[in-house]
Each structure stands twice: as C-alpha cells, then as structure tokens.
Design a protein around this ligand. Structure first.
Ligand SMILES: [Zn+2]
Length: 234
C-alpha cells in the first residue's frame, strides 16, 4: 500500500502526446528555485508554460500536476538516442531543491524515499527500462545541470530504479584506454547521449561519476561508461 502523501495541485500546462508516442523515459529534475512555494506556483502558472507530472517536496509530499497520459512541459529542447520531443515520450518529476543557482544542497532521505516510491510506480505502470530513468542534464547536457551531482542515483539503482555501473572486479584487467575523444563521444552516443555535444561527458559524470566532475574522461570514466554499455547491451 502506498505511503505517499499526495496532494493534487493541477497545472494547466499540458497537451496531448505526439501521435503514437509511448512513455519510455522517466526524467528527473530539481526545481532550481529558492523555495518549494515558488516552484509550485511557477509549475501551475499558465504564463510560465512549464510543468511536470509531479513535484516531490523536501518533506516527501508529492504534488500531482498533470495526468500521466498527458504531455507535460518539463524537458524543453532535449534528446536521447538521437530522438527529440522528450516530453511526448516521458514522465517528468520535479524534486524540490534550490539548485546550483540558489544554494544547492543534499536531498533529504525522506524526500528520496518518496522519490523512489513514486518513481517505482511510474516505471512499473509504463514499463520503463531501468537505464531509461534519466536526469534532465542527461537529455539536455548543453543547457541543464539538474538534478545534479548530489542526487543519489546509486541509492536509487540499489532499489531497482535506474542503473549504476558495476564496480571493477578485483584482479580484472583494466579496459583498453583511455580512449580518444572521438571514441569516447561515440561510446556516449551509443549509451544515449548526444555525441556531438561536448558537455555530454560532464553530464555523464554528474550522473555516474559525481565525485569527479572534471569534464574530462579519466580511466574510471571510460571504465564506468563501458560497464554501463555491457550491462545494458547497448
Ligand atoms: Zn529540469
């Protein structure tokens, strides 16, 4: 039985999904505004032209804005595996945090527990693959940093939500490399990132190597990328 505290806070900012579009991605965001109240107001303001299906507050309260069968307006100009109109193909969840602009801070455990419960229901309802649970920065690396390096992707993956690169096996040979920039871009593209966007590498680190936000691939970056490709068969 659900333990989520859920409050309906409808937003007028939605439309029909593109014809034939299937929900195959779950996109996680942070709100990036000074307070939850600011964010909720904006997500429901017709003039703002933005929305998400849900917002999860820092105390774990879930606000429902847009029905899941409708196209919410959260991803903007973005792509994954070369396909755009991410909004038509996704569910969008906003997670309250001031973000890098207004004082980025850790996501409280009670908030993360609510995110996990909400999102496990979403991926089950729509048959979303674990590797297709993504951050906004994954699908819009040139423009976005959310939900950012403090977001506990590894903890979510341990609960079956999203995916995390398997650790290097003791005694195993390191992967070939480090690879050339061109080769790394190709691997990023195979995983789903925009290979032509230089900041795709930083977006990858923000998600999968958050203790090393260098924007430059080191041996561990390449190892994790190759591990994920193996784990997903991409
Ligand atoms: Zn976002």
């Amino acid at each position: 039985m659900s333990t989520l505290r859920r409050i309906d806070r409808p937003s007028p900012n939605h439309g029909p999904r593109a014809e034939g579009a299937r929900v195959e991605l779950l996109i996680l965001h942070y709100t990036g505004m000074p307070t939850a109240a600011h964010a909720l107001e904006r997500l429901c303001d017709p003039a703002a032209q933005v929305s998400a299906h849900y917002t999860v507050d820092e105390d774990g309260t879930v606000y429902a804005h847009v029905p899941e069968d409708r196209r919410a307006w959260h991803a903007g100009r973005s792509s994954w595996h070369g396909a755009g109109d991410v909004n038509s193909r996704s569910i969008g969840v906003e997670i309250v945090n001031p973000g890098h602009e207004f004082g980025y801070r850790p996501f409280p455990p009670v908030q993360m527990a609510a995110v996990a419960e909400l999102c496990l229901g979403i991926v089950e309802r729509h048959g979303i693959a674990p590797a297709d649970v993504l951050g906004h920065s994954d699908v819009a690396p040139a423009r976005k940093e959310d939900p950012g390096e403090l977001f506990d992707w590894q903890g979510l993956a341990a609960q079956g939500l999203g995916i995390w690169p398997a650790p290097a096996q003791a005694g195993s040979q390191p992967d070939d490399g480090p690879s050339s920039g061109t080769e790394i871009a190709a691997l990023l593209g195979r995983y789903g990132y925009d290979p032509a966007e230089p900041r795709s590498l930083l977006a990858f680190q923000r998600h999968f190597q958050p203790d090393s936000l260098t924007g430059t691939a080191d041996a561990e970056t390449v190892r994790r990328l190759r591990a994920l490709l193996r784990q997903t068969g991409r």
